[in-house]
Design a protein around this ligand. Structure first.
Ligand code: GLC
Length: 650
């Protein structure tokens, strides 16, 4: 019965389409619309069915999608069709990503094209360009406070430069990832300005309140994201004479998705960027999309419905385009952003694996894998056609969002352990050589997160300052060990620009008034290309890291079981310094690869003959696929901070 209602509505909508749309030959669009419409209708009604204008808005939704489909180039439509046929294309081990700020990496979009050879040299074939849209100077949150969702920052280039970059990247087989900051806009966005001028239509685009009555009630349950720089979740707007919800900075106004007009605007923007050539769209801060009184305003059921509806609409209009969920939340919550049902509730194909990232840092600090093992053991299963983005560093801070129960199971007290990690990574603990800074300190809760580059956090900065060769060597090994973990885990590894040449903290950010109050700029580097050139000079730190990563990437691409096909088994071993997992092949056990990482600063041993799974196989020796070394010894010796990717030899 419900399907009949949606079918008849679809007929009405199609009849009412403007002649200019009807005249177009858009067969694929109609096919996909027909296939998805019942789901779209159901979701739209769940979100907006209580409103009188619900069906009217549904007309607008379909019209928006049809127009963007018509705008989509023949080249992109052909890619859509190819990817529909080869639907698991992104699960392959062939993809290796890098994320970067255009300004720091290359200067501007045109110059970025000249870095394609660098990507190719390392083996990068997916590039995430951090947001580069128009933002107010000095109130941009690193590009995440957008004042025009369709205008490129003129210092970086123009729309045309993105189109040509996407085109040339594609010619080189490189995917382009672009951000859509969908949770909020800048207070200087046209919508916010109209709201400030008193336009009720645009005030309804945001969460606007006459007085503190409701904001106070919201505040009772909402945590603070930037407690130091932007305490509270509401800002008084003088021009409007009202309070507005600002969960992040006070100049970032939260968009109100309970208004279908906002949903349609943002869908239009996502499809716009899909049509400029984004292969993947990174959806920022998705956990925050729906606010409800009496809740923390994160991970609400409706936020998922919004994403499911976005996915359905995108599948109809630009099906080749994937979504990344940026949801830095508890493991049980993160997996929900993949969707909870392939048929009726798909969301984002990719999501940041913040859990693994933070757990790896825990193993660095503790030199053991107790919490890492516990955390990964309890990482919930994800949908089949979904994959992780595995990373070590990104432009944001490192949050210590471990599950308290996991911390306890690993034998620590959660509060004391988090305190230890903060002390360790800021170099305050014992002889720690990490050089990070605390970010987002909350004096009320005592919580904080960590800023700093990978190289500085593993001790390379301190070792270089002391010119201590042994320590430099240890730090380089740790950098490689960590990368070996994200390259073999299953999912797309995302290397952070600069890490491939051991870039240390960028302290000069304090001299820039646009950045000095946000120490995340400590690890948003301006790449020193003279330093990068040292990768060709034998024996330099740059060469040792770059060449090793380059080799690791090439080896990864040649190991089919490194594709993410839900083929990872965590192995429990006696030695607490080792992290061990098996990547398996569904039919051919002999193609499995055993990944072993030693997080301790001294050699460790693993008794292979004690591994149940390993005993199933008949093998005469094992070969480390990275170094090519063979071993016949059942008692495997793993040197300090080293890893193995072990394959069985018949
Ligand atoms: C995302 C971004 C972060 C930004 C925040 C608010 O988490 O990664 O850099 O500060 O959203 O836009």
């Amino acid at each position: 019965m419900y399907e009949q209602i949606s079918h008849s509505l679809l007929n009405e909508i199609l009849n009412a389409l403007k002649p200019a749309i009807k005249r177009k030959h858009i067969r694929h669009f109609y096919t996909r619309l027909g296939a998805n419409f019942f789901g779209m209708y159901t979701l739209f009604h769940k979100l907006y069915g209580h409103r009188d204008d619900c069906d009217k808005q549904m007309y607008r939704l379909v019209e928006t999608m049809a127009k963007q489909y018509i705008n989509r180039s023949a080249e992109h439509k052909a890619i859509d069709i190819d990817r529909e046929k080869d639907y698991d294309w992104f699960m392959s081990q062939k993809w290796v990503g890098m994320s970067l700020y255009t300004e720091g990496f290359a200067g501007n979009l045109k110059k970025l094209q000249s870095k394609i050879a660098y990507f190719e040299e390392l083996g990068i074939n997916l590039v995430h360009i951090m947001p580069l849209l128009h933002c107010p100077e000095g109130a941009s949150d690193g590009g995440y406070a957008v004042s025009n969702f369709r205008k490129v920052d003129p210092n970086m280039g123009a729309l045309e430069d993105i189109r040509s970059l996407s085109h040339i990247l594609r010619e080189h087989g490189i995917l382009l990832v672009l951000d859509v900051v969908m949770n909020h806009s800048s207070n200087e966005h046209e919508w916010a300005q109209k709201a400030q001028q008193g336009d009720p239509v645009y005030q309804d685009y945001y969460y606007v309140f006459e007085d503190r009555h409701l904001p106070d009630q919201y505040e009772a349950n909402m945590p603070e994201v930037f407690p130091e720089s932007a305490p509270g979740n509401f800002t008084w707007d003088e021009a409007m004479g009202k309070w507005v919800m600002t969960v992040f900075n006070n100049y970032q106004w939260d968009l109100n998705y309970s208004n279908p007009a906002v949903f349609i605007e943002m869908l239009n923007i996502i499809l716009f960027w899909a049509n400029q050539g984004a292969d993947i769209v990174r959806l920022d801060a998705v956990a925050f999309l729906w606010k409800k009184l009496g809740t923390a305003g994160q991970n609400e059921r409706e936020a998922h419905l919004v994403l499911q509806l976005m996915k359905d609409c995108c599948q109809v209009t630009a099906p080749g385009v994937l979504f990344i969920a940026e949801a830095i939340v508890a493991p049980v919550e993160v997996v929900k952003y993949f969707g909870e049902d392939v048929v009726i509730a798909k969301e984002c194909e990719l999501a940041y694996n913040a859990t693994y990232m933070a757990l790896l840092w825990d193993a660095v600090a503790t030199k053991n894998t107790k919490l890492l093992h516990e955390g990964i053991k309890n990482l919930p299963l994800k949908l089949e056609r979904a994959s992780w983005l595995n990373y070590l560093r990104c432009h944001d801070d490192i949050g210590l969002g471990f599950d308290d129960l996991d911390i306890e199971r690993a034998g620590y007290n959660p509060k004391a352990h988090r305190h230890f990690l903060l002390e360790y990574f800021t170099g305050a603990y014992g002889d720690s050589s990490a050089r990070g800074m605390k970010f987002g300190q909350n004096s009320k809760t005592g919580d904080a997160r960590i800023s700093g580059t990978l190289a500085s956090l593993v001790g390379l900065e301190a070792a270089l300052a002391r010119s201590n060769e042994k320590e430099i060597d240890e730090a380089v090994k740790l950098i490689l060990l960590l990368h070996s973990m994200i390259l073999s885990f299953g999912g797309i590894p995302l290397i952070y620009n600069g890490d491939e040449i051991g870039t240390t903290n960028h302290y000069e950010y304090v001299k820039d008034v646009r950045k000095d109050r946000d120490n995340r700029w400590l690890h948003r580097p301006t790449i020193d290309w003279d330093k990068a050139a040292k990768r060709h000079q034998h024996g330099t730190v740059e060469q040792r890291i770059f060449d090793a990563l380059k080799k690791m990437i090439a080896v990864r691409k040649a190991i089919p079981v490194f594709a993410d096909l839900n083929n990872r088994e965590l192995i429990t071993v006696d030695n607490p310094h080792l992290f061990v997992f098996l990547r398996t092949h569904p039919q051919d056990f002999m193609s499995s690869v055993l990944v072993v990482g030693n997080f301790d600063a001294s050699p460790q041993y693993l008794d292979l003959s004690a591994l149940d799974l390993w005993q199933q196989a008949q093998y005469s020796s094992m070969k480390d696929l990275y170094s090519g070394e063979k071993t016949k010894d059942d008692r495997l010796r793993i040197p300090a901070h080293q890893f193995y990717w072990l394959a069985m030899q018949p």
